[in-house]
Design a protein around this ligand. Structure first.
Ligand code: ADP
Length: 620
C-alpha cells in the first residue's frame, strides 16, 4: 500500500464512486417520488379520495418505482404564522435527505403555502397545482416551472342547482366559511346579481353552527341553502366539513345544495359536485408526465373534467322535484327501484312459466279434443266398415238365405195348392184344410223370421246396449249360419254353458263378432277332409267372473307368430279376403270393455276367445 501515491488514492476513490453508481444503475431506474401537499387533512373523505386518485393514476401510468409522500397542512383549522413557521421547519427536517421529483399541491391554501415557502424547503421540485379555481388571483400564486388543473364549482353553478330544485327561488342562504374566501368563490355577489337580479341573499358564512341551525330551520318557501366547506365557526369550534354540513341539513326546512360528492347521501339534495377521485387522477396523470420527462411549463394549465351535476333521488322525492327540471347531463343516485324495476326478471320469469304452462294446457286440451274427434271419426268409419262387412257377409250368404226362404215358400205353395184341391172336392175335409192353413201360417212366420234376422243384421243402428243372454246370442248366430254351413258341408255345433250368462251388449254387434269368427272358422276348414270340417262355439264363465265365448275349429291353425297381427286392419292371408273382420271384432269387443285373442289349440286348429264383463249369472 505504501507504493500508492496520494494521486493514486484519489483515482481509486473516483473509480470506486463511478463503479458503485453503475451498480445502482444496473439495479434499475432511480426511484421517483411525488409529494402530495394537501391543504387540509387527507383523512377527511374528500382529500383521502384525491390522494387515492393520484396513487391510482401513478400506478396506471407504469411508474412502479414511484413513491408517493403525503403531507396534510391542515391550514384551514390551524391558521396563523407560528404554525406555518414550525411547519416549514418540520418539513425541512423531514425531507432533508429525500429528493422530491414532483409536488402536487392540493387546494388554494397549499398553493399559497408553496408560494411562500417552496424555495426554502424544495427549491428544485416542479409543481402541479390541483383543486384550484381558475381565477386571476389564484394564477398569481403559481410559481415558475409549474402547471395546474383547475377544479371549480362556480357560484352560478350553485344557483343553477338551487333553481332546478326550487323553481320559485327568491332567496338563498350561504353557509360555510369558504364563501368568505375570494380565492375560492371569487366575487359571488356580482355573479349572483348578474344571474338573478333581485335575489335575496342571507350570508351566514361567519355565523356559528348553532346560529346556522336555528336560521335554516324556519326559512320561508322559495329558499335554498347554498353550502361551502365549513371547518370552523365564529366561536372557534372546529369541524370536519362533512359532519358540520350533516348537522346543518338535519335542521334545515329547505333543500341544501352541496358541492362535493362526498357530501351526497349524508345531507344535501345535490348540485354541481366536485369529484375528488377525478381531481386526484388528473393531477396524478400530469405528475407522471413530468416524471417521464415533460417540462411542467410545456403543459398548459387546463380545466379538469371534475365537476358534474349529481342529485340524491330520495331528496328529489322529498322536495317534490321533477327530474326533467334538473340541469342537462344530471346523474341521479340512490334511486330506489319500484316493484316492477326491482323484480323485473322475477316477474318476467314467473310470467314466462305461467304462459308456458297455459300454452301447454291449451295444447294438451287441443290434443285431447283432436284425439276425441279422431276417435269419433274412427268409430264412425269402423261402424261403416262393420256395416260393409255385414253386407259382404250377407251377400256371401245370399245363396243360403235364398235356400232358407225357399223351403217355407215351397211348403206354403204346396199347402195352398193342396188346400185348393181339397176344397174342390164335393165333401171337403175342413179339418184338413184348417191344418194346411196352420202350416201355411207357420211357414210364413218362418220366412218372415229369416227376413227379419237378415234385416236386423244389416241395420246400421246406433249402439244399443242391453242385458242379453249370451247362450241365446251364440245359438242364434249358429242357426243363422246353418244353411251356409250345409253348403260348405261344415258341421256347426254349440256347447253352451249350463249357467245362464248375461252380458250388457249390443246384440247385433256381438252377433257380428261371433259370426265373423264362425265364418273364419268355416273358411279355415272348408277345404279339409270331412272329419276336420267342424266349428264349435262354447260359452263359459271364467274364474275372474267374466263371460267367455270361444270359437274353435279343426283347421290348420293361425300362421306362426301372427296371433296378434291378424287383428290388425287389412291383415289377410286369403285371396279374396279384406282383412277387416277381426279388426272390427276387436274394436267392438273392446268398446264393450272386453278382450279378444286367438291361439292355436294343442290338438290342432285355431281357437278365438272373447271375454266380456258379466252382468248377472244364475245357476241353471
Ligand atoms: P279375412 O277373413 O278377410 O282375411 P279377417 O280379419 O277376418 O279377414 O282375418 C284375418 C286373417 O286372420 C285371415 O286372413 C287368416 O289368415 C287369419 N284367420 C282368421 N281366422 C282364422 C282361423 N280360424 N284359422 C286360421 N287363420 C285364421
Amino acid at each position: 500500500m505504501r507504493i500508492i501515491t496520494g494521486l493514486g488514492r484519489i483515482l481509486i476513490v473516483l473509480l470506486f464512486a463511478c463503479l458503485s453508481r453503475e451498480c445502482s444503475a444496473a439495479d434499475g431506474p432511480r426511484q421517483r417520488s411525488i409529494l402530495v401537499l394537501e391543504e387540509a387533512d387527507f383523512r377527511s373523505p374528500f382529500y383521502s379520495e384525491i390522494f387515492d386518485g393520484i396513487r391510482a393514476a401513478a400506478k396506471q401510468n407504469g411508474h412502479a418505482h414511484t413513491v408517493i409522500y403525503g403531507e396534510s397542512l391542515d391550514l384551514a383549522r390551524f391558521p396563523g404564522p407560528d404554525y406555518e413557521d414550525s411547519l416549514v421547519g418540520h418539513l425541512k427536517t423531514k425531507f432533508a435527505d429525500r429528493s422530491i421529483d414532483v409536488i402536487i399541491s392540493i387546494g388554494v391554501a397549499a398553493a399559497k403555502f408553496l408560494q411562500k415557502h417552496k424555495q426554502d424547503i424544495w427549491p428544485a421540485a416542479p409543481v402541479v397545482y390541483a383543486f384550484v379555481p381558475d381565477l386571476p388571483e389564484v394564477r398569481a400564486l403559481f410559481l415558475p416551472d409549474t402547471t395546474a388543473i383547475f377544479a371549480r364549482v362556480r357560484p352560478t353553478h350553485l344557483l343553477t342547482a338551487a333553481r332546478a330544485i326550487v323553481p320559485d327561488l327568491t332567496r338563498v342562504v350561504l353557509v360555510g366559511g369558504a364563501w368568505r374566501n375570494p380565492l375560492v368563490y371569487g366575487h359571488w355577489k356580482q355573479d349572483f346579481a348578474a344571474a338573478m337580479p333581485g335575489l335575496e341573499v342571507t350570508d351566514l358564512s361567519d355565523a356559528t353552527l348553532r346560529e346556522v341551525r336555528n336560521q335554516v330551520a324556519t326559512l320561508p318557501a322559495g329558499s335554498a341553502i347554498l353550502t361551502s366547506a365549513m371547518y370552523s365557526d365564529g366561536e372557534g369550534t372546529y369541524y370536519s366539513p362533512a359532519s358540520a354540513l350533516a348537522r346543518v341539513a338535519e335542521s334545515a326546512n329547505r333543500p341544501v345544495i352541496i358541492t362535493s360528492d362526498t357530501f351526497l347521501g349524508r345531507s344535501g339534495v345535490g348540485g354541481f359536485l366536485l369529484l375528488p377521485d377525478v381531481i386526484g387522477r388528473e393531477a396524478g396523470g400530469v405528475a407522471t408526465r413530468i416524471l417521464a420527462g415533460e417540462a411542467p411549463s410545456s403543459i398548459a394549465a387546463f380545466d379538469g373534467d371534475n365537476v358534474k351535476p349529481i342529485f340524491d333521488w330520495r331528496q328529489l322525492k322529498r322536495w317534490n322535484v321533477d327530474e326533467a327540471n334538473l340541469p342537462p347531463g344530471s346523474e341521479v343516485r340512490f334511486r330506489e327501484l319500484g316493484f316492477w324495476e326491482q323484480y323485473y326478471w322475477h316477474t318476467m320469469l314467473v310470467a314466462a312459466v305461467v304462459l308456458t304452462q297455459a300454452l301447454m294446457i291449451a295444447i294438451l286440451l287441443r290434443e285431447r279434443r283432436l284425439r276425441f274427434l279422431a276417435e269419433v271419426e274412427a268409430r264412425q268409419r269402423m261402424s261403416e266398415l262393420a256395416h260393409m262387412n255385414r253386407r259382404a257377409t250377407a251377400g256371401e250368404m245370399s245363396a243360403s238365405i235364398a235356400h232358407e226362404l225357399s223351403q217355407p215358400l215351397a211348403a206354403i205353395l204346396l199347402n195352398a195348392e193342396t188346400a185348393g184341391h181339397v176344397l174342390q172336392s164335393p165333401a171337403p175335409d175342413l179339418g184338413e184344410v184348417r191344418d194346411m192353413l196352420e202350416h201355411i201360417r207357420r211357414d210364413d212366420q218362418r220366412a218372415s223370421e229369416v227376413i227379419g234376422r237378415l234385416r236386423s243384421f244389416l241395420k246400421r243402428d246406433p249402439t244399443e246396449r242391453r242385458d242379453i243372454d249370451l247362450n241365446a246370442t251364440v245359438d242364434e248366430v249358429f242357426r243363422f249360419l246353418s244353411v251356409q254351413a250345409l253348403t260348405y258341408d261344415v258341421g256347426l255345433s254349440t256347447e253352451p254353458s249350463p249357467a245362464t250368462i248375461r252380458v250388457k251388449a249390443d246384440r247385433v254387434q256381438l252377433q257380428q263378432v261371433i259370426l265373423n269368427l264362425v265364418v273364419n272358422g268355416m273358411d279355415a276348414v272348408a277345404h279339409l277332409p270331412a272329419d276336420r270340417r267342424r266349428v264349435v262355439g262354447r260359452t263359459s264363465l271364467t274364474e275372474g267372473n267374466l263371460a267367455l265365448v270361444s270359437i274353435a275349429d279343426l283347421g290348420d291353425g293361425i300362421l306362426a307368430g301372427k296371433v296378434t297381427e291378424i287383428f290388425k286392419p287389412f291383415f289377410t292371408t286369403k285371396t279374396q279376403g279384406m282383412g277387416i273382420g277381426l279388426s272390427i271384432a276387436r274394436t267392438i269387443v273392446e268398446a264393450h270393455g272386453g278382450r279378444i285373442w286367438a291361439e292355436n289349440a294343442p290338438s290342432g286348429g285355431a281357437v278365438f276367445h272373447i271375454s266380456l264383463p258379466l252382468v248377472v249369472t244364475r245357476q241353471a
